[in-house]
Design a protein. Structure first.
Lengths: 445, 357
């Protein structure tokens, strides 16, 4: 980033910040106190809010009836470090008087696609893969021309969208789509690239956007290094064993049933099988093995989570069905491939989540990876790895908040990972509990 | 994420021709669109049928155009389950060009399986549909009986007795009315004949008109009675067929149904007896005497009325007599003879009157 022409890392340039109303364009560059722009892998679309200090009676003149559009074109000095997008203003917060001549209020905005989506329902039949159907909905129902990252899902299905808003339908597709390895890690979300229908393996396969350093600030002349330096770092969640167990991260079973073939089938799922179904950011899994007092590892405890759900899989084994209704068996939903696994995979993904504050950088957006060089705490011995092995590595950005104030631009990032780079002293990548630990667990007896 | 697929839904059956003979396709309100261009009937998911465990009729497949309710199994919209058919009064004709209506053409409706078809699945072989035992085609009555094929234990065959009693009571009421009318008519005729003609043409014309009106009314009521007789004859035919059926059963089952048969015959006898038990008498002499009186005044009325009296007598005799297979055969011949002479065209039983189509 040394090619940047800006003088300070939080500097930015507003090219356009305008309200488009029934009365025309209104420039609000000098009227805002703070502009926040959010994107998240867990949300269908981008959104934000802008705090206005109004000393000209703007609110009274414009009514803010939901028809207003906010045009944003803000950047550093490269195209890729710029956000250029229009949003619909959908709500005005309480108007708080500051003094006799001015007031402040917040205008909330969201992508126009979101508003358009709210006004429709998809009740449509597709004989396509979920990813192909997703493209159809994006173009046919939402008029989206700017697609982001796209990954193909596996298998043509009979898809009948049951009266869902287009964006909800796309998320619904993502929950049911599986890749070629039958792994259900698909997600649908909007980021700075546009709308994305992709899976975790694809996102993890991209190289990191940047390497975030944790060096001391204001001691380097290298603006690029300052630009990628974390101003704040916090571990939000890390390895909640109880929650992971309840979510089936380690093990569980699906009791799949089909009244048509009168079959009940129990499928056991283990961490290994689910983990190996997709690619990951780092080399090693983030789960260690802990033996319980029954002498079994948590990955062998299949009653940790039990899901009961209808499935169609056994119909392929019925000669009667194959003979009388052969076309049905290849197009039926494969609920057994996603119903249990999806929650476990995403719970594990979110089990390690960190929050960072970086100098404003529009390149950073949900769905991209970054490397975190989290330093080790304490005094380093000679030749010791300077990074905290429990934290450093590649992370996936799941949410960003760009905070733009008249005098600075920062970005708050939430990033997650489901893998790690650590090894134990014997160079093992997966830890197992020790005899001492097992004894300690039974200490009371 | 909208996951609002729990709870009950309402929909319309659009297809029951499941290749697996077990399910139907339902267009569900609020979930599927009205437009068949958008979602054709063939794209609707197959809905399983959930039946009450103890009802004979529970295994009947809803038909196209029926409004049904149900739920999505575990909230999965690919897996609808129909729990019931909601009956009602249709105000508008079906519009087959849009959803939520019976999509079939008249030819398809005519060609659709009806009650009375053949059994398709013989048993509970592995790999073949088991429950419901009765697919659409199996929704039939045993030939010429009210015994439903789904009724594996042959229960409820005495239902016909209740129907007989109700019909007999109705017929008795109507018959009482007609007898009153006939008496009134006879009085009018006799009164007219007892007067000396005075040459007043207008008076006779008036009397003739009055007589004509009375006779017309009588003819209409006799016509109604004739319809009822046809119904009774149908019942009698069924009873007769049931006798055939029962006599053909193994001894054990015969014993099981013996009581049922006894009640049927008793009901039949009672029904006809009550039908003609005017003025508390149990013979038909008064009725026949009345018709003889009418014969003098109105030949047309006599002809129709005599049929009414004669037919049930023959039937009751035929059906109460048999106690063996040969007796049944004889009764059958009597019945056949009667039916061929009285009203050959109306003897075909329309079972749809008594069963759900």
């Amino acid at each position: 980033m040394s090619e940047l022409n800006i003088q300070e890392t939080t500097q930015y340039r507003i090219t356009e910040l305008m309200l488009v109303t029934k009365f025309g364009y209104i420039d609000i560059k000098d009227k805002f106190e703070e502009l926040n722009i959010f994107d998240s892998m867990l949300n269908q679309s981008m959104s934000g809010n802008i705090l206005i200090r109004d000393a000209v009676g703007l609110s009274e003149q414009l009514l803010f009836d939901g028809s207003e559009v906010l045009i944003v074109k803000i950047g550093k000095d490269e195209d890729e470090l710029m956000i250029k997008k229009s949003f619909r203003i959908y709500k005005q917060s309480n108007r708080v008087p500051v003094n006799q001549s001015s007031e402040i209020y917040v205008l909330h905005f969201v992508s126009d696609e979101y508003i358009f989506s709210l006004q429709q329902k998809v009740q449509h039949y597709y004989n396509l893969t979920y990813s192909e159907a997703a493209v159809k909905i994006m173009s046919d129902y939402l008029g989206i021309k700017k697609f982001g990252i796209y990954s193909s899902s596996f298998g043509v299905r009979n898809i009948l969208v049951p009266s869902l808003e287009p964006l909800v339908a796309l998320q619904w597709f993502a929950t049911r789509a599986v890749d070629e390895k039958q792994s259900p890690g698909f997600i649908f979300f909007e980021n700075r690239l546009g709308f994305n229908f992709t899976n975790l393996s694809t996102l993890f396969s991209f190289p990191s956007l940047t390497r975030v350093n944790f060096s001391a600030k204001n001691i380097s002349d290298n603006l690029g290094e300052e630009f990628t330096g974390a101003r704040s770092f916090e571990v939000i969640t890390q390895n909640d064993f109880v929650r992971n167990t309840k979510s089936g991260v380690y093990a569980g079973k699906l009791i799949a049933f089909d009244p048509l073939t009168k079959t009940i089938q129990e499928q056991q799922h283990t961490f290994k099988e689910m983990y190996e179904g997709s690619d990951h950011a780092n080399k090693n899994p983030n789960v260690s093995l802990i033996k319980n007092r029954g002498g079994l590892f948590q990955t062998q405890m299949f009653e940790s989570r039990i899901v009961t759900y209808p499935f169609f899989g056994n119909r392929r084994n019925s000669d009667f069905i194959k003979e009388n209704y052969p076309t049905s068996v290849s197009l039926d939903e494969d609920t057994e491939n996603y119903k249990f696994q999806r929650e476990a995979i995403f719970q594990n993904l979110f089990s390690k989540r960190v929050k960072l504050v970086l100098p404003g950088n529009f390149k950073l957006s949900s769905g991209f990876c970054i490397d975190l060089d989290v330093p080790k705490r304490g005094v380093l011995a000679d030749g010791e790895n300077p990074f905290d092995s429990s934290l450093y590595g590649k992370y996936l950005i799941v949410a960003t908040r760009h905070i733009i104030r008249p005098n600075m631009h920062e970005v708050v990032i939430e990033a997650v990972t489901d893998s790690a780079n650590y090894k134990d002293k014997n160079n093992n990548t997966v830890f197992t509990s020790t005899v001492d630990q097992e004894k300690a667990a039974n200490y009371n007896e | 994420m909208n996951n609002n697929f729990y709870g009950m839904w309402i929909g319309t059956v659009e297809d029951r021709n499941d290749p697996l003979k077990l399910r139907c396709r339902v267009r569900i309100l609020g979930v599927h669109p009205e437009s068949r261009a958008q979602v054709p009937t063939e794209a609707l998911p197959w809905a399983s049928i959930s039946c009450p465990p103890s009802s004979m009729l529970s295994q009947m497949m809803p038909k196209e155009g029926d409004m049904v309710d149900g739920y999505f199994m575990q909230g999965n919209p690919d897996f609808p389950v129909v729990t019931g058919v909601i009956h009602g009064i249709r105000l508008e004709d079906q519009n087959r060009s849009i959803g939520f209506n019976d999509p079939r053409t008249k030819a398809q409706i005519d060609a659709a399986p009806k009650t009375g078809g053949d059994v398709v699945y013989p048993g509970r072989a592995l790999g073949a549909p088991s429950l419901p035992y009765v697919g659409l085609e199996n929704l039939t009555l045993l030939k010429q009986t009210t015994i439903h094929r789904a009724n594996q234990n042959r229960k409820h065959v005495c239902d016909v007795a209740g129907l007989m009693k109700r019909s007999a009571a109705l017929a008795r009421l109507k018959f009482s009315e007609i007898m009153d009318s006939i008496r009134t008519a006879i009085k009018a005729v006799l009164k007219a004949l007892g007067l000396t003609p005075s040459g007043e043409t207008s008076y006779w014309i008036e009397q003739a008109k009055k007589l004509a009106r009375e006779l017309k009314d009588i003819a209409r009521k006799i016509s109604e009675i004739a319809d009822l007789v046809t119904v009774i004859v149908d019942f009698a035919k069924r009873v007769r067929a049931m006798i055939d059926f029962i006599l053909g059963l193994p001894a054990k089952l015969y014993a099981l149904l013996k009581q049922c048969l006894a009640e049927l015959i008793a009901s039949l006898t009672s029904g006809f007896t009550e039908l003609f038990s005017l003025s508390g008498k149990t013979d038909f002499s008064e009725a026949i005497a009345v018709f003889n009186d009418i014969k003098k005044s109105a030949g047309e009325v006599y002809t129709a009325g005599l049929k009414i009296v004669a037919a049930p007598v023959a039937i009751v005799e035929a059906l109460t007599t048999p106690a063996s297979a040969s007796g049944v055969a004889a009764a059958g011949e009597t019945l056949t003879t009667y039916l061929s002479t009285v009203n050959p065209t109306s003897t075909t039983t329309d079972f749809t009157k008594f069963t759900t189509n």
